[in-house]
Structures are given as structure tokens and as C-alpha cells.
Design a protein around this ligand. Structure first.
Ligand code: FES
Ligand code: FES
Length: 159
């Protein structure tokens, strides 16, 4: 049975009506028009739907809306500070780390999560953190270069 849920998304409180087992991905895309978060596999295997929940990367296709009380959700639309891109977003642009860009928002959210916990990761740590995000266009070398570039930014990366 549908119920009301209060969510904190991108710094704003939102109330939505949904079935308790609705996924966060479907609510973001179909009710809140936050379509930067992509539907890829729907099974937790591709990373296209990655968002931050309390600052950590989570698969929104596996996250039930009923599990989010009191948690803070950040989507790709909430990363930039007004007109200034988040340093990871800027680094992806600077490195041209995308082709079709279907994977890009999920890649960026996973990278932000990594840098929230490890501001200066090794290449090995970058590869480990990103291994759940699939890029069918094969832009992995530029994605890793973008994350390296973001670690060199003088601006704080933490969200
Ligand atoms: S759509 Fe969520 S991991 Fe693929
Ligand atoms: S840029 Fe096309 S899937 Fe990654």
C-alpha cells in the first residue's frame, strides 16, 4: 500500500507517495524528475544508478525508499555549488572522461564517495573503488586520469 515518505535530497526536504518497496532510482527518475541518475541493469551490477547516501556511494536501484528515513541523499544534480562544478565533475570535463556519458553520473558519484573517505587514493585504490562501475565505451583510462586530477585540486572535495 502506498505511503508518504519524507526524504532529504540535495539539501531539500521532499515528501513523496510511493509503495514502500519502490526503489530510490524509480522515485528519483519518475517522481522527482532527477534523471541524471541512470537506469542500467537494475540489479546492482553496473553502477549507472549510483548516488550518495550520507556521503557514501550506494546503488539506488537496490535501495528501497522505506530504508531512507533520516538519511541524506545526493544525486548528480546536487553536486555543484550553484554555478561552480564539484571538483570531480570539473576533472571529468577537463580530462574528457566520457563518450556517450551514460555511465558518467554514476562514475562521478562513486569517485566523490572514494575521495570523501580517501582524499589522496593510490591508483590501486582508485581501481578498486571504481570496479563496480561499468563503462561500455571503455573510457576507463580517462576516468582514472580525471580522478587523479581531482585529487590534486586545491579545493575541498568532501561533500
Ligand atoms: S542500474 Fe543500478 S547498478 Fe545497474
Ligand atoms: S561513456 Fe559510454 S558508457 Fe561510459
Amino acid at each position: 500500500m502506498a505511503a508518504n515518505f519524507s526524504l532529504r535530497i540535495n539539501g531539500q526536504s521532499r515528501t513523496i507517495e510511493a509503495e514502500p518497496d519502490s526503489t530510490l532510482l524509480m522515485v528519483l527518475r519518475e517522481q522527482l524528475d532527477l534523471t541524471g541518475t541512470k537506469y542500467g541493469c537494475g540489479e546492482g551490477q553496473c553502477g549507472a544508478c549510483t548516488v550518495l547516501i550520507d556521503g557514501r556511494a550506494q546503488r539506488s536501484c537496490l535501495t528501497r525508499i522505506s530504508s531512507l528515513a533520516g538519511k541524506s541523499i545526493t544525486t548528480i544534480e546536487g553536486l555543484a555549488a550553484k554555478e561552480t562544478l564539484h571538483p570531480v565533475q570539473q576533472a571529468f570535463l577537463d580530462e574528457g572522461a566520457m563518450q556517450c556519458a551514460y555511465c558518467t553520473s554514476g562514475m562521478i558519484m562513486s569517485a566523490v564517495s572514494l575521495l570523501n573517505s580517501r582524499p589522496h587514493p593510490s591508483d590501486r585504490e582508485i581501481l578498486q573503488a571504481m570496479q563496480g562501475n561499468v563503462c561500455r565505451c571503455g573510457t576507463y583510462p580517462r576516468i582514472v586520469a580525471a580522478i587523479r586530477r581531482a585529487t590534486a585540486t586545491p579545493e575541498p572535495v568532501r561533500l
